[in-house]
Design a protein. Structure first.
Length: 175
């Protein structure tokens, strides 16, 4: 459950076995269920039994892996992924790098010769935005948004993630 998304049908089958165990059901005899499964899966501190829903736990485990990767974990699998994908990995047209939720390819038609470029490919040798690449196809309001952002530069350091608890907050699925 920790490292891959489990199909919903498998989770449903496992959860059916859990319910049968909790309620004491057998193939020969179904018992009366005095409490609904939704009540049983409520956390203990809210009055439930604290049995976790498998789909929620699977997602939480996957998010924990992502959190560890983004946090710079020294685990081998993180090092392998970083070595393969890190540095210049952001696709400029398919990801929101100008502002939250703004993906350029959803707002304008990108010329064929610029398809597939990464954000670092839009920077010239001097470390400034290569503005001529934007001239003919990018609307002026988006040009202003690009100009307001510092271009990626390794000398300025790398981006850091910040969680609710600050830079060093840990991701936990224990409760």
């Amino acid at each position: 459950m920790m490292s891959s998304k489990i199909p919903k049908s498998c989770l449903d089958d496992i959860q059916m076995l859990q319910r049968s165990f909790v309620w004491g059901d057998t193939e020969q005899k179904k018992r009366f269920h005095a409490v609904g499964w939704e009540k049983i899966t409520v956390p203990k501190w809210l009055g439930g039994l604290g049995i976790r829903k498998l789909d929620v736990m699977n997602n939480a485990c996957l998010m924990k892996l992502g959190w560890n990767y983004q946090g710079g974990s020294d685990d081998l699998w993180c090092k392998v992924l970083r070595g393969k994908y890190e540095d210049s990995r952001l696709q400029r047209q398919q990801e929101a790098w100008l502002e939250e939720g703004l993906c350029i390819d959803q707002h304008v038609v990108i010329p064929n010769q610029l398809q597939g470029l990464k954000v670092c490919d839009l920077v010239d040798i001097d470390g400034k935005w290569n503005c001529p690449l934007f001239e003919d196809w990018l609307p002026i309001h988006l040009k202003h948004k690009v100009a307001a952002i510092l271009p990626p530069d390794k000398d300025n350091g790398s981006d850091e993630r910040i969680g609710v608890g600050g830079k060093k907050c840990n991701f936990s699925i224990s409760n």
